[in-house]
Design a protein around this ligand. Sequence first.
Ligand SMILES: [Fe+2]
Ligand SMILES: [Fe+2]
Length: 374
Amino acid sequence: MTAQPEWSLSPIAADPRYRMLRHISRVLRGRSLYPAGHPQLRDAVNELLGSLDGLFEGREEVRIVAVDDRLFIDDVRSLELEMVSHDLKGRLKTRGIELLIFQPGLEGHELLALVDGLTSGTLPPLPHIQIGKLSAERPQPDAAAVQVDFGSQIQELRQIFEGWDEIQGLVVDQVERIMRVLEDQLFANRSSLISLASLKSYDEYTYTHAINIAILTMAQAESLGVPKRLVHDFGVAAMLHDVGKTLVPEHILKKPSKLEPHEYEEMKKHPITGSILLLRNPSIPKLAAIVAYEHHLLYNASGYPALPRPRTQHLCSMLTSLSDFYDALRTNRPYQTARPSDEILAMLQTRIGTHFEERLARHFVSLIQARTAA
Ligand SMILES: [Fe+2]
Ligand SMILES: [Fe+2]
């Protein structure tokens, strides 16, 4: 296997909030092992101060909310960040603390007093740390309304797509890591589709699109009663449906205007090249290659690639096509303004029987309507 050291690093490790939480854990652990003033503890406190200094840039405070085993930093919830904050969440819960605010000017002795207080239960007033319950004026973040931060999954997907050739062996691990986060989100909170509204940036289009398609397709599959293990494979296949676009020349892929006919022909190769790329990796479920090949086929057997004889799309390809249609029109692109959800759903319904199978299309429409209204 070829060496790829930078590759094995998850982008979450570069997130300053992640560093802060790791440093908080280190201080908590350090304080349970060493007396105040011990060099190890001093180092841990200095690291924490350093990571907080980085986070204070452009902010008046760093706000941590812990409720019902969920953790929000500046009102954004990230499941990966929660995974590294068990120590902190546990201590806050034991002391009945829901809100922890750090302010610039914070000093090491205040952090030590906080840690001692979280252990002993006696917390003195601290000039740059506010502790308490959520007040009525600042209601607790609502998991359904708060934007779930998929930033690190998007970065990770960028690495998968950009490094596809060199990292064959790592692809599955990386995809699985992303899937764990998406599945946690999907099964923990079925209103998670709302968070898709936050995934519309143009710069990251390829990757946000892939994450959106995975979530939308998994949500459809799950609500149709597809078994959980298969929902997972549907998610992987949907996430990788456009991987063939990594082989489309960049000037075509990023062209800010309508494609010329010859450019469109080039673009239309991505289902075939994508399925070949996926078939080359034996660890990826075969379903992914099928979906990559079929996602631009239409229900009435038109679409592309041209087929030697008609074939019926796999269920997952049909669900992916519905997700693809919806997400592509929901997104701002250089040549297209994002359309409102209702308008897209109306457009989708005019394509029933031609582009889309009727029952699946109607199910998709009611799913989106129910969840965006939730
Ligand atoms: Fe595509
Ligand atoms: Fe797509």
